[in-house]
Design a protein around this ligand. Sequence first.
Ligand SMILES: [Zn+2]
Length: 376
Amino acid sequence: MNRCEAMKQYIAQNGEQIIADTMMLARHQSPTAQKEYVETCADALEALVKERLGLEPTAQYPQEARGRHLYYSIGEGPHKALMIGHYDTVWNIDDLPLIREGNKLSGPGVYDMKYGIVASIWAIKALQATGGLDGTYGLFFNSDEEMGSRTSRAHFEPIAKTFPNALILEPAAPDGAVKVGRKSTGDFLIKIHGIAAHAGTDYASGRSAILEAAYLTQELFAMTDLPGGTSVNVGVISGGTKFNVIAAYAEMQVDVRVTKASEGKRMEAAIAALKPKQDGVTLEITGGMNRPPFEFTKANQGLFAKAKEAAADLGIDLGKIMVGGGSDGNFTSTWGIPTLDGLGPVGDGAHAATEHLMIAQSLEHTAVLANLLTKL
Ligand SMILES: [Zn+2]
C-alpha cells in the first residue's frame, strides 16, 4: 500500500476517536467574548494536544479580554506549513445542541471549526504513523477569529512568515471544495444621539434616535451591490428606553464585505460621510475594513495545484470556490504566504442553526490534508 492510502486508512480507522475529540471540544462551548468559557476550552485543547501528540505549547499568548492563543511547533528541519485554526465560535452558551445522527454531526462549532483543529492534530498523527515528519509544521490555535482576530493577528504574523505555506482549517464547502478566495470584511459601529422627550406632552422637542436608525438602515442597505461584490448588513440595532419616551440613543452594528481593497476604501469613506436626517441628531461612527481581500494569487494557485494532486492520489476531484466570509487566510495571503483555506470538515451551515458536518466526507478531506502535508 502506498503512503497516501495508508494515511487514509489510518484516519478512517481512527474516525470514531476523531469525532469523539471533536465532540469533546464542542462540549467546551467557547463564545469569543466569554473569556472564562474560552479559557476552559483552551485547557481542553491543550490536554488533547498533549494526549494525541505528546506536546506542550511552544508558546502561549494570554489576553486580557479573550482566551489565550496557543502555538505548537512539531518536527525538525525545513519549515513546511503553518496550520491555523480558531477554537472560538459564534454561539452563545447552550444556543445549539450537540447531536450525532448517522453520518451527521450537528452542534456549536463542530463545522466552524473545531473539527478542523482536530483534523490538523490527526493529520500530523497520520504522518507519524506512516513514516514520520520530514520537516517542521506549526499549529496556531486562536481564540478570537470570529471577532476579526484582533488580538491574535499580531502573534501569528511573525510565525506565519517563517513558513512557506499557510493552511487554514476552516470548513470546506458542502461538496468538499476548498476555499481559494474570500471577500474583505469590515465592521462599523454607529452611535446615534437624539434628544429625549415625553412622547405625549413634549413630542415636538424630541429627536428620535430610533427614527434616525431607521433612515440610516435604509441608506446602508441601499449601498449593497451584489453583482459588484459589495454587501452591507445592519446586523444589530438597539436603543430607546420606554415606549412613551422619544429615544435619545440608539446604536447599530454594520457588516460590510467587498472583493477589492479599493472598494473597501470607498465604502469606508461612504460610511464615514453618513449624515443625520434630523436637525439636532448627531452620529459617532467608528470601525472600518478589518480583513483585506484573500485573492487567488499565483502563489495560492500553486498551493491549490498541490492540494488537487494530493486529492487526486486518493481518487478525489478537489473543487475550489470563492466565498464572502473572511478568515485568517485573508491575512496570510496578503502577507504573501501561499495560502489555502477550507481544509477542515465537509458540511454546511456555519453561523446558522443548521451547522453540521458530514463524518465520512470530513474524514476523507482530512486524508487529503495529510497527503498535502507530504507534498510541501
Ligand atoms: Zn471559522
